[in-house]
Design a protein around this ligand. Structure first.
Ligand SMILES: NC(=O)c1ccc[n+]([C@@H]2O[C@H](COP(=O)([O-])OP(=O)(O)OC[C@H]3O[C@@H](n4cnc5c(N)ncnc54)[C@H](O)[C@@H]3O)[C@@H](O)[C@H]2O)c1
Length: 360
């Protein structure tokens, strides 16, 4: 089992990565929460069907367990599902000594963390992430649900008590979700150093073939990059915003496509290429963008933006981004790999970058 310790101003906790982790989780809860009244699993229904029965049976041998099943993916992050979860907790006598367990991908982590942060003014939670992408979302304590007018618009900073990755769960991940998760690994490489990026481009050739050692190494490195940034700026007052690299245009594409119809990571990949193009224009980034695009296209990322999604629609989305200043989109660009900075970009340059993406 591998471990990365995350230190933030409000909490220090471990992220553990291994196989057959349920017994490790049982020991952790017994040691850290000896008085726990109930375990409240909040799970992605599809993931629970695949892996949840064995998980909850083992927990039930030691604890009182109740389970709330949410719809898969982004559908979980709605006001209606949030209310449904709270109703489940109250109806099942979940009290302030209970512990929430987020069991699923990033969407469930965001929902369950937000439920935990608000239920009876806050009860503790742990993450049991089941996607590669969640090496990003399960670390750092951002929890949220969506509003029809914007993604993650209702949320909190609320750190988990611990995070437990069980590599066995990744065996059922579809290729599209592997690619989605790797997009955030690649983002962490862009934010840290060229050698990490080169290693990925050298070793990652197919979402179908991946050995556990390679995957563990990628998760550890990505988590360290994120943990390092979050430890210096837990509440996104300054450098944490760099983690939004690729997200300004990416979120606009994801939202215009309709949440759930394109993976989060694939949208971020498109957003990163957009930001890399702008980085060449604004920051003289020296990088072989065409070689990178060839690599990700061969891996299977779909970079196509349908023509009914106009630049004007995406521009409106970019203006709603949380980093915008007085209605002007602000982008995380790169001076070099590992050297991000914030740049206000003109609408004409955004339009040119959008045209570049559309001709790929
Ligand atoms: N809080 C943060 O800091 C942060 C950071 C990045 C992303 N996010 C959020 O994370 C979400 C995306 O997370 P995600 O990509 O993990 O997606 P997800 O949670 O939407 O899951 C994607 C799909 O994979 C399925 N799935 C999950 N685990 C599986 C498994 N082991 N086997 C088979 N299928 C499985 C799910 O049912 C779903 O259909 C977005 O809502 C995004 O906003 C949050």
């Amino acid at each position: 089992m591998k471990r990365v310790t995350i230190q933030t101003a409000s909490k220090t906790y471990d992220v553990k990565i291994g196989v057959e982790m349920t017994n490790e989780i049982v020991s952790f809860i017994k040691k850290t929460f000896p008085q726990v009244s109930k375990l409240w699993i909040i799970a992605d229904k599809e993931v629970f069907n695949l892996h949840g029965t064995a998980f909850s049976e083992i927990l039930s041998e030691s604890f009182d367990v109740t389970t709330y099943l949410a719809p898969k993916g982004e559908h979980a992050k709605s006001f209606a599902i949030y209310e449904g979860a709270i109703t489940h907790g109250l109806s099942n006598h979940v009290d302030r000594r209970a512990l929430v367990i987020a069991f699923g991908g990033g969407a469930i982590g965001d929902l369950a963390g937000f439920v935990a942060s608000t239920y009876m003014r806050g009860i503790p939670f742990i993450g049991v992430p089941t996607t590669i992408l969640a090496h990003d979302s399960a670390v750092g304590g951002k929890v949220a649900i969506n509003h029809p007018l914007g993604k993650n618009m209702v949320g909190q900073f609320y750190q988990p008590e611990g995070v437990f990755f069980d590599l066995d769960y990744f065996t059922t991940l579809p290729g599209t979700e592997v690619l989605s998760g790797f997009s955030e690994v690649i983002k962490h490489a862009f934010l840290s150093d060229r050698s990490f990026l080169q290693e990925l481009m050298h070793s990652f050739h197919s979402p179908e073939k991946m050995d556990k050692q390679f995957l563990t190494d990628c998760l550890m490195k990505g988590i360290r990059v994120k943990g390092d940034i979050v430890s210096k700026d837990e509440r996104e007052s300054n450098i944490r915003a760099f983690l939004n690299f690729g997200h300004t245009y990416g979120h606009a594409v994801e939202s215009a496509s309709g949440y759930g119809s394109r993976t989060h990571g694939e949208s971020v990949m498109i957003g990163m290429i957009f930001a890399l193009y702008l980085s060449e224009q604004y920051c003289e980034l020296s990088f072989n963008l065409l070689e990178f695009i060839k690599w990700v296209t061969t891996l299977g990322y779909n970079l196509n933006i349908p023509s009914h999604i106009t630049f004007e629609t995406l521009y409106e989305g970019m203006r709603h981004d949380k980093k915008s200043q007085y209605g002007h989109p602000v982008f995380v660009l790169l001076k070099d790999i590992g050297e991000p900075l914030m740049v206000k970009v003109s609408v004409d340059d955004l339009r040119r970058a959008d045209e570049f993406i559309r001709q790929l």
